[in-house]
Design a protein around this ligand. Structure first.
Ligand SMILES: *[C@@H]1O[C@H](CO)[C@@H](O)[C@H](O)[C@H]1NC(C)=O
Ligand SMILES: *[C@@H]1O[C@H](CO)[C@@H](O)[C@H](O)[C@H]1NC(C)=O
Ligand SMILES: *[C@@H]1O[C@H](CO)[C@@H](O)[C@H](O)[C@H]1NC(C)=O
Ligand SMILES: *[C@@H]1O[C@H](CO)[C@@H](O)[C@H](O)[C@H]1NC(C)=O
Ligand SMILES: *[C@@H]1O[C@H](CO)[C@@H](O)[C@H](O)[C@H]1NC(C)=O
Ligand SMILES: *[C@@H]1O[C@H](CO)[C@@H](O)[C@H](O)[C@H]1NC(C)=O
Length: 560
């Protein structure tokens, strides 16, 4: 029932859009001529900094930061504070390079970073604290944490040099035991863990990172990491991937090469672990199948050509899907409506993937791309191959290098950043440093569907947490329950987004036991918590209900 279930949830909503769009996919020149669905709202003309890295926190605030060494931003530090402990920073910089954005009030306040966070990584620990790793120069071995608070008292805390290697363009992934693994970085071919076990030197060489580095261009930075249901780590870099048992430093499996280009920085594409379906099968201990999808990127050489010759190759139009838990998996290839590089890929609570931001030509890097793609694409993983892509309504703000996107608990997509310059440059043409924040409202937020939208009243469980394999109850109100389709209960992690990578992004479709009607519009749904810590590491998740393709707002639940 599970695969079908999702298909049917998505299908009624966008059936009409599909009919419109599929005709246009046949003629790619006119692919944007009649797009429909979704809308854009400008939230802030300027938040004073450019949103290069973003993380949604469990208290509905969003931490946003860029870098500290490229001049004054447009936001002053509070109380006339100035300066960073990094001497490479211009001495009299009294501006902020990080803000905390409050979703409900659409407001923000400056935060203080002490060392350079440029091109760093992050993951939220089981307590809901953001653990951010590395950056450049004085910041390259620094771990920083940010613990959400209910007042305005919290700020960054920096721990000097606990990292063993420089982590610039590395990726982070939360692990089943609550530790974080940090993989790769520029001219770094190792992985390490946080928190540190100081008794062992846990900086482990991984030959795969050497093998996937192209001369000159690299093309293997910000590797894509996905924790698989068997507890091993899927790592993708350039055009290759492995399954790593990081507890023994053993490569268990090498997957086939993904053809048609490179996918990691600077030939930047994006990757998602498609929703893990725990509502399949009958055995509660059964592990779900896992499938990775990677879209976009550039031809190797595109970066050098753009940088040296100002010639901008067309980006890759391809997506590959790999059933990573199959015994003999192979990539199954598809074409996006248009080529795309520096695209962000985010899972939506409906199980669809939104492909947003980026450009048609060139690569990541300073001024290395042209032709912004303004239209998000919606991808429906369970749909017939010819009908999987839907082109949605465009923004009018280019979101090029150093732009970001994140799913909010209300189902919107927060979009910010874009700065292809090594300084803040508000006059650069055509792609200035963007300080704005926008929200994209996917089609499911259309007021047309409000009668199908569940509102969660509460989550009832033992100990106020969702526990592994244990039943819990979600009460909700809903005007029109489509009992023929059933309610989906999904849990989603908030991901750390930068450079088109959404680290730790994960979606679980839970097993539903039953739905009971309590009153005219009142219901409760009983669902079973995730299988184990490998399938879903402990921590805070957004819990959504989905009725006929229309998601509720999320409530935060702690899984342990
Ligand atoms: C940045 O600040 C300057 C000086 O206050 C102002 O003139 C400019 O409009 C601001 N730019 C943006 C993009 O907000
Ligand atoms: C999480 O919080 C608990 C209780 O406050 C504390 O004992 C534990 O050390 C924290 N874990 C981490 C990883 O900070
Ligand atoms: C994969 O990448 C390597 C290194 O850039 C390249 O030599 C090889 O041709 C690529 N393979 C395919 C099938 O694209
Ligand atoms: C983008 O790539 C296409 C295909 O190679 C090319 O025809 C076009 O001129 C490029 N656009 C720019 C602005 O470089
Ligand atoms: C794997 O998929 C690629 C791309 O679709 C294809 O070229 C190749 O022939 C496939 N290999 C096998 C062994 O099926
Ligand atoms: C901003 O970018 C423009 C190119 O669009 C360039 O001419 C100018 O020098 C840049 N300004 C700064 C301060 O880098």
């Amino acid at each position: 029932m599970a695969i079908k279930n999702l298909t049917f949830l998505i299908f009624p909503l966008i059936f009409s859009l599909l009919m419109l769009c599929s005709q246009h996919l046949a003629h790619s020149a006119s692919v944007f001529s009649t797009t429909t669905g979704g809308r854009w709202v400008l939230l802030q003309e300027s938040i004073g900094i450019s949103a290069m890295h973003i993380q949604v926190l469990k208290n509905n605030k969003v931490i946003i930061f860029d870098r500290t060494d490229f001049g004054a931003s447009n936001l002053s530090l509070p109380d006339g504070n100035c300066g960073y402990i990094d001497e490479t920073v211009r001495p009299k910089d009294c501006t902020a390079h990080s803000v905390l954005y409050d979703i409900a009030s659409n407001s923000f306040r400056p935060l203080t970073i002490l060392t350079n966070t440029w091109c760093s990584s992050g993951a939220v620990d089981p307590n809901g604290t953001l653990i951010q790793a590395g950056g450049d120069k004085k910041g390259e071995r620094v771990i920083r944490s940010f613990t959400p608070c209910d007042d305005n008292s919290c700020d960054w805390v920096e721990f000097s040099a606990p990292l063993l290697s420089r982590r610039w363009y590395a990726s982070s992934q939360i692990l089943p035991d609550g530790r974080i693994i940090i993989v790769g970085g520029r001219r770094v071919f190792t992985y390490e863990f946080y928190p540190k076990n100081f008794k062992i030197r846990d900086n482990i060489f991984l030959h795969f990172l050497v093998k996937t580095k192209d001369p000159q261009e690299e093309n293997n930075l910000y590797p894509f990491l996905h924790l698989l249901p068997d507890g091993n780590l899927f790592i993708f870099a350039n055009n290759r991937s492995i399954l790593l048992d990081y507890t023994r430093n053993k490569v268990i499996k090498e997957y086939p090469v993904l053809p048609y280009g490179a996918r990691n920085f600077p030939c930047t594409g994006s990757s998602v672990l498609l929703p893990l379906q725990l509502n399949r099968g009958t055995d509660m201990a059964e592990l779900p199948q896992a499938e990775v999808m990677i879209c976009g990127g550039s031809k190797p050489g595109s970066y050098v050509k753009a940088y040296m010759e100002h010639v901008y190759d067309e980006a890759s139009r391809t997506c590959g899907r790999l059933k990573v838990t199959d015994p003999k998996p192979n990539w199954s290839m598809e074409l996006m409506p248009t080529p795309r590089v520096m695209n962000d890929m985010l899972l939506l609570p409906t199980g669809a993937v939104i492909i947003i931001n980026g450009a048609t030509n060139g690569s990541a890097g300073w001024n290395d791309a042209v032709n912004p793609v303004f239209h998000p694409f919606l991808y429906l993983p369970e749909e017939n191959p010819a009908q999987r892509f839907v082109v949605l309504n465009p923004s009018n703000i280019p979101r090029m290098y150093h732009s970001t996107a994140a799913l909010l608990p209300d189902g919107r997509i927060l979009v910010g950043g874009s700065n292809p310059h090594p300084t803040y440059n508000f006059t650069a043409y055509p792609y200035r440093t963007e300080l704005s924040l926008e929200a994209f409202y996917p089609p499911y937020l259309d007021p047309l569907y409000v009668h199908l939208k569940p509102s969660i009243l509460g989550v009832e469980s033992t100990g106020k947490t969702v526990s592994y394999k244990e039943m819990f109850t979600v009460t909700f109100v809903l005007t029109l329950y489509r009992s023929d389709l059933g309610i989906s209960v999904v849990m989603m992690t908030p991901s750390f987004n930068t450079h088109s990578v959404s680290m730790n992004q994960r979606m679980l479709v839970l097993k539903v036991v039953n739905v009971e009607r309590l009153s005219a519009y009142g219901y409760k749904v009983n669902a079973i918590g995730p299988t184990n810590v490998n399938v879903a590491p402990p921590g805070y998740y957004m819990l959504f209900l989905v009725n006929a393709g229309i998601p509720s707002h999320a409530v935060w639940v702690k899984l342990r």
